[in-house]
Design a binder for this molecule. Sequence first.
Ligand SMILES: CC(C)(COP(=O)(O)OP(=O)(O)OC[C@H]1O[C@@H](n2cnc3c(N)ncnc32)[C@H](O)[C@@H]1OP(=O)(O)O)[C@@H](O)C(=O)NCCC(=O)NCCS
Length: 177
Amino acid sequence: MKKNFSDDRQDVLIRQMKEADQENLIKNYCSPWHSLKENVDFWKAAFKEQSLGIRTIYIIEKSEEILGYGSLLRKSEYPFFVNVPEINSVWIVDKYRRSGFGTLLIQHLEELAKKEGFKMVGIGVGLYKDYGPAQKLYFQLGYKPDGHGITHNCHSVVKGKHYPIDDELILWLTKAL
Ligand SMILES: CC(C)(COP(=O)(O)OP(=O)(O)OC[C@H]1O[C@@H](n2cnc3c(N)ncnc32)[C@H](O)[C@@H]1OP(=O)(O)O)[C@@H](O)C(=O)NCCC(=O)NCCS
């Protein structure tokens, strides 16, 4: 899919990830929030899920340079997303942030979910400061809390218990398509 805009987003291409992208993604687009091993494991598992039709990974690029990526996961680990696909692992390269690429990519994933007949799409967001931009973006795009509180490792947290403030502490949001 090629889109034409009158700003920075001119000639942006959103395309499905290919096996040949794997090495480049692992080498140059590792998430700094995770170790190299975690990144390698993530891309291998994600690509396998794509080949099984569980996940579709999209790359957003301009002039063959990768600006970011994100995926649609048809079977979320979060138990309350029943027949609700999850927009997962959205990442825009630092220097290309605040130019609308994250919005574009998410809208593309929403369109894909809609085309597949889903009536709702979901997304999880972390609670600590690094997730501030994502929290603002998702609310701006119309996502709302799903009403089940927060989870740690996909299990609802229990009042009075202690949990680390990490990437597994998540608030889940949904949006009607
Ligand atoms: C979250 C992320 C994908 C947003 O990508 P992006 O391309 O910068 O987003 P956009 O340019 O489409 O931003 C759209 C809106 O989101 C909000 N937003 C995005 N980044 C923001 C920031 N740093 N501070 C405040 N608001 C922000 C703004 O409302 C913005 O609109 P505006 O620029 O007109 O004010 C990007 O910051 C990122 O990759 N973060 C690290 C990874 C991450 O958190 N992924 C999500 C995991 S749940």
